[in-house]
Design a protein around this ligand. Structure first.
Ligand code: MEV
Length: 327
């Protein structure tokens, strides 16, 4: 059983979204995570994730390992395994689904083209693809709502206090206007537009940037609540503009959002250099995207001039670029 999940970018509102302000995010289909679950003649539940150099039997992984945590949701009682022979395999979920006669064990393959810790949602995409593949394999496919909420629990293992935006946009694979704890709102794109995504190549765990923003906020709540309000206002205006097909006008909002994120210390010299390069090459606006400190930036570009902005970013140190249509 195979399943796939896209990457994502945050157009507006990262970090402030952790504090209840709205944010806009869209899926990026050019990168994706894939999971495949199949019967195996080898006993045990084997995980094969070459991208992260993981080849292990489930019982050898610690309980807070995000992949193991997901798999244990589906196989709460181990199937017989060389590390932990099951005294009574009929107690396994697998057996209760009536699949015990098809093979001794389970083989789970996970791969991803989404760079890790780069703001493109690699952790959430792997979770969503794996949850989908496992639930279908066990003939009990979960709804998007169930998948997203299970992936949200795993996001907590990855980065402590997630807002839930990554698992939401990646599960639904549609543009979302997201407010923490509120029902998902899909937004319409009035006229398609083009975004260039450029990668600094620096991996930067979201947990650290989110933790540092929390320290700033704890030290001066009044100041940062105001900054979060400004960012929330930008996200709302951007949604209106995008829905009205006035995408040319969101470039200015991107620039404003980037300045506020810089003030929050989550940008970096490498991100700022790419933002400047894209603007100088004719982008209508540019900003960092996601947790920051490294990872990716995004720029609003005219479709025909996207290549010029991409070349400028490569010359300024970008390790790779993606040009994507938002529709
Ligand atoms: C990460 O993609 C976005 C952040 O706002 C964290 C979150 O919302 O969980 C930085």
């Amino acid at each position: 059983m195979k399943a796939s999940a896209p990457g994502k970018i945050i157009l507006f509102g990262e970090h402030a979204v952790v504090y209840g302000r709205p944010a806009l995010a869209v899926p990026v289909a050019q990168v994706h995570a894939d999971a495949e679950v199949s019967d195996s003649s080898r006993a045990g539940i084997w995980i094969n994730a070459p991208d992260i150099d993981l080849h292990a039997e489930l019982n050898s992984l610690p309980s807070d390992h995000p992949l193991a945590a997901i798999i244990r949701e589906f196989f709460p009682h181990p199937v017989s395994s060389p590390l932990c022979p099951s005294p009574n395999p009929s107690t396994s979920l697998r057996a209760s689904f009536g699949r015990g006669d098809r093979g001794e064990g389970v083989e789970i393959k996970i791969s991803s083209t989404i760079p890790v810790a780069s703001g493109l949602g690699s952790g959430a995409a792997v979770s969503v693809a794996l949850i989908r593949a496992l639930s279908s394999f066990l003939h009990n496919p979960l709804s998007d709502e169930q998948i997203s909420s299970m992936a949200f629990e795993i996001e907590k293992l990855h980065h402590g206090t997630p807002s839930g935006i990554d698992n939401t946009v990646i599960t639904y694979a549609r543009p979302v206007f997201f407010v923490k704890g509120q029902p998902i709102e899909i937004f319409k794109v009035g006229k398609p537009f083009t975004i260039m995504i450029a990668d600094t190549g620096i991996s930067a765990p979201t947990r650290e940037a989110v933790g540092d923003v929390r320290k700033l906020w704890e030290a001066d709540k009044e100041k940062w609540e105001k900054a979060f309000d400004e960012i929330g206002g930008i996200a709302k205006e951007a949604r209106r503009r995008i829905e009205n097909g006035e995408w040319e006008l969101i470039g200015k909002l991107m620039n404003q959002n980037h300045e506020l994120l810089k003030g929050m210390t989550v940008s970096s010299p490498e991100l700022d250099r790419l933002v400047d390069a894209a603007r100088s090459a004719g982008a209508l606006g540019a900003k960092m995207s996601g947790g920051g400190r490294g990872g990716n930036m995004i720029a609003l570009v005219n479709a025909v001039k996207a290549g010029i902005a991409a070349d400028a970013c490569i010359s300024s140190g970008a390790k790779r670029v993606i040009i994507t249509q938002i529709h």
